[in-house]
Design a protein around this ligand. Structure first.
Ligand SMILES: [Zn+2]
Length: 44
């Protein structure tokens, strides 16, 4: 089955936090896949 690249990228799920799984808006790349809340916890 061939999927157009445009369709593929459009269907990509929103970025999810790897810690809590919450959807997160696009952040600075340095934030990786962790939301601000989890980052704050990790930073402690
Ligand atoms: Zn999180």
């Amino acid at each position: 089955m061939i999927i157009k690249l445009t369709e593929f990228f459009r269907n990509l799920p929103k970025k999810q936090c790897k810690e809590c799984g919450n959807e997160m808006e696009e952040q600075h790349e340095c934030y990786g896949n962790t939301c601000n809340e989890c980052l704050h916890i990790i930073d402690l």
